[in-house]
Design a protein around this ligand. Structure first.
Ligand SMILES: Nc1ncnc2c1ncn2[C@@H]1O[C@H](COP(=O)(O)OP(=O)(O)O)[C@@H](O)[C@H]1O
Ligand SMILES: [Mg+2]
Length: 361
């Protein structure tokens, strides 16, 4: 997959600009606060329909402008695809090949992307939310049915949590089994997909991590919760566990069992990474996970996604930077950094200098 052209209108600090990307390495460089990350964010938005940085789309609109527009021409293995997003104060419209889409699910999979920024250290060091987000983001791009199951699951959990706070306990106890029937079907789809994904992710990440550290430390990972069997059996297991947890759920007022509580456990050298990994260890482990993710996309979708490396180069030492770059053959990569080092990227990469929301030509 590759993005050939990206145009931004009233997006963040861009008034109007058009980028041409090459199929290999693209380096967006310039001083701080000039619009490098904004450009990377626009690419990610067209891939996923969301931004990693914000909750409200309106922050994407250039201050003082009524709406923002992002458009790209890309190519995936089925041919050329154009994607366009118009973002207004309270609404947005996304078109794929000129057709307005009704649901975000229809956007996913057109252009896949893997995003890596220094913030991704949270993946290793923080609580389970970040790791579930990682799984959800990957799997949603790879499978619309995962995305849809996840949305429905989350909606039912929310409603179930509201129900658990109802004072009419006998009514709640009567209603819960009905809810849980549906809930467990979606939950099982989510769980099964995650299991399959992590079963492949783990060996890839371990291998990549050994490559990055010259085998000095061993990474290991897997889901913390054990589920047995196929989707149907997983649903049955969840139903039993949910029933067993009615009393506790009622007492606490929220749903304590299910994939919204599961975690991807990561350990480095036998120690739980969360709470123990140093900055350097976390950085390398996060990078290994992202590179493994890249390979899974290649296997599942049949081609590499667009890789966005936002500000990560400066954080890695030279040997790791070189190792990273050596892995990017055949991957369209958009790198943001303050200095485009020639030693690292060679002279063939596409360098784009950015200042004040403009390309300096
Ligand atoms: N909605 C917006 N309207 C105008 N400017 C914005 C908007 N959102 C962000 N900016 C500006 O964009 C700049 C940051 O750009 P960014 O791409 O994060 O910088 P960097 O080049 O360091 O990656 C800041 O100066 C910020 O004020
Ligand atoms: Mg930046």
């Amino acid at each position: 997959m590759q993005i050939k052209k990206l145009s931004l209108e009233n997006f963040r600090n861009y008034e109007k600009e058009e980028f041409s990307f090459s199929p290999g390495l693209n380096i967006l460089f310039g001083k701080n606060a000039q619009g490098k990350t904004n450009c990377a964010e626009a690419v990610f938005y067209l891939c996923t329909g969301s931004s990693l940085r914000i909750r409200h789309d309106r922050q994407l609109i250039r201050a003082g402008a009524p709406r923002a527009r992002i458009a790209a021409v890309a190519e995936n293995r089925y041919g050329e695809v154009s994607i366009e997003a118009e973002i207004g104060e309270n609404s947005r419209e996304i078109r794929v090949n000129g057709n307005k889409i009704a649901k975000n699910a229809e956007l996913l999979g057109n252009i896949n992307s893997v995003f890596f920024s220094p913030g991704e250290l949270r993946l290793i060091q923080d609580g389970p939310d970040e790791r579930r987000r990682f799984l959800n983001l990957s799997l949603s791009q790879l499978s619309r049915s995962y995305y849809t199951a996840l949305l429905r699951y989350n909606r039912i959990v929310e409603q179930r949590n509201a129900l658990l706070k109802d004072r009419d306990v006998s009514l709640v106890l009567e209603t819960l089994p009905l809810w849980d029937e549906q809930l467990c079907l979606y939950a099982a789809r989510v769980v099964a997909a995650r299991m399959e994904f992590t079963a492949r992710l783990a060996p890839l990440a371990v291998e990549t991590h050994a490559f990055l550290t010259d085998g000095a430390e061993r990474l290991s990972l897997g889901m913390d919760k054990v589920y047995e069997g196929d989707e149907e059996e997983i649903a049955a297991q969840l139903r039993r566990e949910m029933q067993g947890a009615y009393e506790r759920d009622l007492r606490l007022g929220f749903t304590g069992v299910g994939p919204h509580r599961d975690d991807l456990k990561i350990s480095i050298g036998g120690m739980d990474a969360k709470g123990y990994a140093s900055q350097g260890q976390a950085r390398t482990a996060a990078l290994a996970l992202k590179l493994a993710e890249l390979e899974i996309f290649k296997e599942r979708a049949g081609e590499y996604p667009v890789l966005i490396l936002d500000d990560v180069m400066s954080e890695l030492d030279l040997p790791r930077r070189k190792k990273l770059v050596s892995r990017l053959q055949g991957v369209q990569t958009i790198i943001t950094c303050t200095h485009a080092e020639r030693v690292l990227y060679g002279k063939d990469c596409n360098k784009i200098r950015i200042a004040g929301g403009k390309i300096i030509r």
